[in-house]
Design a protein around this ligand. Structure first.
Ligand code: G3I
Length: 389
């Protein structure tokens, strides 16, 4: 039960205890971990969260570690990092057999130097695959059995390379359909991997990842699976699938809800909490893995909300998500998907929308940052006892 004791230790010790409990982080420079331990009274997100055993993470987007103000916020505010793109197959093996680990290696080193944990993202996804792989499948030069072999090799190579250095791996990402009024959510049979290799490839990927790094926590990661989807259909489908996988002994240790919200749709923090609790009831760890809250803005450069109420709705929904995460003891981490509006994926993917992160386009903290900070401070210390009047 090594995995259990690892979890207990990190949960109790928070950031300060991390370097000693993650094998790969044991070599982190002593000065860095001492600096993190000495942060009593700090009001950074990471230090406040450490007081309740929660990790506050961010995706590293852009990959801008040479930008001093960016790197400073990254180190100061966050106790976990996720590479936004640098561990995806298309990035690490752009040409078959030729690997580029430069970004991933650099982020792992950065994390070690700053007492941060790493979420590996992601091993099995239909997106950002190398073109040599997808072209080979399309033109028939890669057969289905060769595809399975290549995937196995990919997982062993990547997970093996970072063995002992990754806290949570997003093994499988986004395999369920969005529900419609006529069609409830289900495992997507048209997914690239499922359509070529069948649904059993997903549990198989977990087994391979577990063999490659028996101590990493292996996550299923998806969006709209904790309170965001009004019908809860997708959460129900994922819950049923996880139950089935666990009954079959598949090494799945956690479920990540991405947490990509939009102020134009409804959202209930209470429902998110219920869904997280339901997953935890299966014996799983949970995490919010890609939180952001988008809204309509004046333009992609300035990203000022066009509806004056959106500037209140945006931090409110961030706060709702964080409070749901804080209320569930099995929730290990709350990760934002990049921390600055200038570099968010949102304006490029949703026309007319933006303002999705917790820092503005000039890397100044926004109301959402202060909302998270206030929630964490209350969580860390509780409200002060009020005087009799
Ligand atoms: O690297 C190329 C660059 O060479 C080229 O000049 C440029 C031109 O557009 O594109 C660059 O690649 C972009 C890549 O991000 C790196 O910046 C891709 O076009 C772009 O599509 C890609 O977007 C990423 C997206 O996943 C792909 O679906 C986002 O950065 C990344 O934040 C986003 O992350 C996903 C999670 O992995 C899974 N959950 C949803 C989340 C948001 O979409």
């Amino acid at each position: 039960m090594k995995r259990r004791s690892f979890l207990t230790l990190t949960g109790a010790a928070g950031v300060a205890g991390v370097a000693a409990t993650v094998p790969g982080l044991a070599a982190a420079p002593a000065a860095a971990s001492t600096a993190r331990t000495a942060a009593a009274g700090s009001s950074s997100l990471r230090d406040l969260a450490a007081r309740i055993g929660l990790h506050i993470g961010t995706a590293v987007i852009p990959f801008d570690l040479d930008n001093a103000p960016y790197a400073e916020i990254l180190a100061e505010q966050f106790s976990a990092v996720t590479p936004g793109n640098e561990m995806k197959w298309g990035v690490v093996e752009p040409t078959q057999g030729q690997f580029d680990w430069s970004g991933a290696d650099r982020l792992v080193s950065f994390a070690q130097a700053h007492g941060q944990l790493v979420r590996g993202h992601t091993l099995l996804w239909h997106n950002q695959l190398p073109t040599w792989l997808t072209d080979g499948v399309t033109n028939g030069s890669i057969s289905n059995s060769q595809l399975a072999d290549l995937l196995k090799q990919h997982i062993f190579t990547e997970v093996g390379r970072y063995r002992g250095k990754i806290w949570q791996w997003d093994v499988a990402n986004e395999f369920f359909t969005d529900a419609t009024s006529t069609n409830p959510s289900h495992l997507n049979q048209d997914d690239f991997w499922v359509s070529h290799l069948g649904p059993d490839i997903i549990p198989q990927a977990f087994r391979w990842a577990h063999q490659a790094d028996p101590h990493a926590l292996l996550f299923y990661n998806d969006y709209n699976i904790a309170g965001e989807d009004g019908s809860n259909s997708k959460s129900d489908a994922v819950f049923a699938w996880l139950k089935q996988m666990l009954a079959q002994g598949v090494p799945i240790h956690g479920v990540g809800d991405q947490g990509h919200l939009d102020t134009q749709f409804g959202f209930s923090g209470a429902k998110m909490q219920q869904d997280l609790e339901r997953y935890a009831g299966l014996g799983l760890k949970v995490a919010i893995t890609e939180a952001d809250v988008r809204t309509f803005v004046d333009g992609p450069t300035t990203q000022v909300p066009t509806d004056s109420l959106a500037q209140f709705a945006q931090p409110f929904e961030f706060g709702q998500m964080l409070k749901a995460a804080m209320a569930v003891p099995d929730c290990l981490s709350f990760t934002v998907w990049g921390f600055g509006d200038a570099d968010s994926w949102v304006p490029g993917f949703f026309t007319g929308e933006g303002y999705a992160t917790i820092y503005d386009v000039s890397l100044q903290p926004k109301p959402a940052f202060f909302e998270l900070q206030q929630d964490l401070a209350l969580g860390a210390s509780g409200a002060p006892r009020h005087k009799d009047h």
